[in-house]
Design a protein around this ligand. Structure first.
Ligand SMILES: [Cu+2]
Length: 126
């Protein structure tokens, strides 16, 4: 049995490595976390009262999107596809994400809060 198991892992490990390589190459940006007020201009998303506002935000390729936690609890701004992930953002913290210049119109980047499953939003490239 032992030799067989060895053969299986020789096949499975490269496949796993390939999967990791593919998913990381899709990752366009991890974004930036800053304290304090949001930069002027550009689309913004606010987390308040356990809701992202607006829930759907139109953006353009190259835009800097600012996510601000105006709640009294910690949230995350996490893209479902891994495009960005703020990690835990305490109240008052701001996170920015630059929409890739390669993003094409019609692309939707859905995001959520890792802490509160009901919090969902999306960026739609126009
Ligand atoms: Cu949350």
């Amino acid at each position: 049995m032992a030799p067989r198991r060895g053969v299986v892992s020789i096949v499975v490990v490269p496949l796993l490595l390939l999967a990791v390589a593919c998913s990381s190459s899709k990752k366009v940006s991890t974004g930036t976390t800053t304290a304090g007020s949001a930069p002027a201009g550009g689309p913004t998303v606010t987390a308040k009262d356990l809701t992202f506002s607006p829930g759907t935000l139109p953006v353009k390729a190259g835009d800097t999107v600012t996510f601000t936690n105006q709640d009294n609890t910690t949230h995350t701004f996490t893209a479902n596809d891994g495009s960005f992930d703020s990690g835990r953002e305490d109240p008052g913290k701001t996170f920015t994400f630059v929409v890739p210049t390669s993003a094409t119109a019609g692309t939707t980047i859905a995001f959520h809060c890792e802490i509160h499953a009901a919090m969902k939003g999306s960026l739609t490239v126009s």
